[in-house]
Design a protein around this ligand. Structure first.
Ligand code: HEC
Ligand code: HEC
Length: 320
């Protein structure tokens, strides 16, 4: 006879809990944004507020000189490699800015990106991207604010992505997951391109450090790739890892002779056509002897990463 009593008590308790717990659940409601930002704060640290105005402008040159005029879909010496999209003014848009907000134990890189040609020194941008990385543990967070079609975002006074106003400015983390940052940034958080090479002193690096995505159970940052390839005798894996998505794919091709969209004649000719290793100073014949076989093996492993010769391993991380 105890059973019905227990059941009755449980039913009453459930009713009481539903009536009284519901409002307090609302009080404790944490948005995906705030949950992610809290994890980023805990695993990496605070990201400060900033202004794109303090960033270094990334040059767009033609035959080594700043052109008198920029035009839609023009070509240049060092086009940006992130595809700006069909609605943009192409890959040679001036005025993007890079900021290094790193401290001793926190590496933070900010890109204020121009995809449309705007007035010189404009602080309106198409996109603001933030990478925050803990070089000791490997924890990495990603934030993005993007303009709506035809609009722009104000880069003059950007709130802290991990602060109370972060969610008013930056996209929800579920949109960031969809953007797939880690599919291109697949070997380590920070990315080299000849475009970035012009301002490389402003980009933090941690090529062999641990690397993992901060996540919350519902977001899916952990679905981004986590493996590197290590084909034998590779000159391409001596200075950094090569991942299994974009660093072995298009980015490796563009670093070893294939011209990216927006490349002009200078960009297509040696040595700019072969940007890896950076600033190598070799003749093309020497470059080929040293690197051609390694580049071919990377291409083959990219097409079939599970082949035993590619020796896939998990990228090191300390916590997950
Ligand atoms: C399609 C590939 C691709 C995707 C997706 C991508 N990036 Fe990048 N990112 C690049 C490339 C390539 C560069 C180097 C600059 C250039 O040449 O455009 C770069 C550069 C950056 C930089 C400047 C510092 C550095 O590493 O050079 C930041 C910050 C950045 N990305 C953040 C992000 C964030 C945040 C996301 C996701 C919201 C993202 N990126 C998605 C390809 C990508
Ligand atoms: C002398 C050192 C060195 C060698 C050798 C080298 N690289 Fe790099 N590479 C770098 C540095 C430095 C970066 C940017 C740092 C980083 O990865 O964080 C980079 C970045 C890259 C990137 C962009 C992705 C990224 O993480 O920034 C690609 C793609 C790449 N290298 C391909 C190659 C290929 C292909 C080879 C072989 C032909 C090669 N690299 C050999 C130094 C080197």
């Amino acid at each position: 006879m105890i059973r019905p009593f227990i059941i009755a008590t449980l039913v009453v308790e459930c009713l009481v809990l539903t009536v009284f717990a519901a409002p307090s659940q609302d009080d404790n409601y944490v948005s995906n944004y705030d949950h992610y930002a809290a994890q980023c704060r805990a695993q990496i640290g605070d990201i400060p507020a900033f202004s794109c105005a303090s960033g270094r402008v990334i040059p767009i040159t033609v035959d080594g000189k700043v052109p008198g005029r920029y035009t839609k879909d023009m070509t240049c010496d060092r086009p940006a490699l992130l595809p700006n999209g069909s609605q943009s003014d192409g890959q040679c848009v001036p005025g993007s800015r890079i900021l290094n907000l790193s401290e001793l134990d926190t590496q933070i890189s900010v890109m204020c990106r121009q995809k449309q040609i705007r007035a010189k020194d404009s602080l309106s941008f198409d996109e603001i991207d933030v990478i925050a990385h803990n070089p000791i543990s490997g924890a990495t967070c990603w934030f993005q604010a993007s303009a709506t079609q035809g609009g722009s975002i104000d880069g003059a006074s950007v709130p802290s992505p991990t602060g109370a106003d972060g969610s008013t400015f930056f996209n929800p983390p579920e949109d960031v997951v969809k953007d797939g940052c880690g599919i291109c940034h697949d070997n380590d958080p920070f990315m080299y391109s000849p475009f970035m090479g012009q301002v490389w002193s402003q980009v933090p690096v941690n090529p062999f450090g641990p690397y993992y995505q901060v996540n919350t159970p519902v977001l899916g940052f952990d679905k981004w790739p986590t493996q590197q390839m290590q084909p034998r005798d590779s000159t391409c894996t001596g200075c950094h890892r090569i991942g299994t998505k974009e660093t072995c794919g298009q980015l490796a091709d563009w670093a070893s002779g294939e011209a990216p969209p927006g490349a002009n004649a200078l960009a297509k000719s040696y040595p700019l056509s072969h940007s890896m290793p950076p600033f190598h100073g070799q003749s093309l014949a020497t470059w080929e002897v040293i690197n051609q076989a390694s580049v071919a093996r990377i291409g083959a492993c990219c097409a079939d990463p599970t082949s035993p010769a590619c020796n896939l391993t998990e990228i090191a991380h300390y916590f997950k």
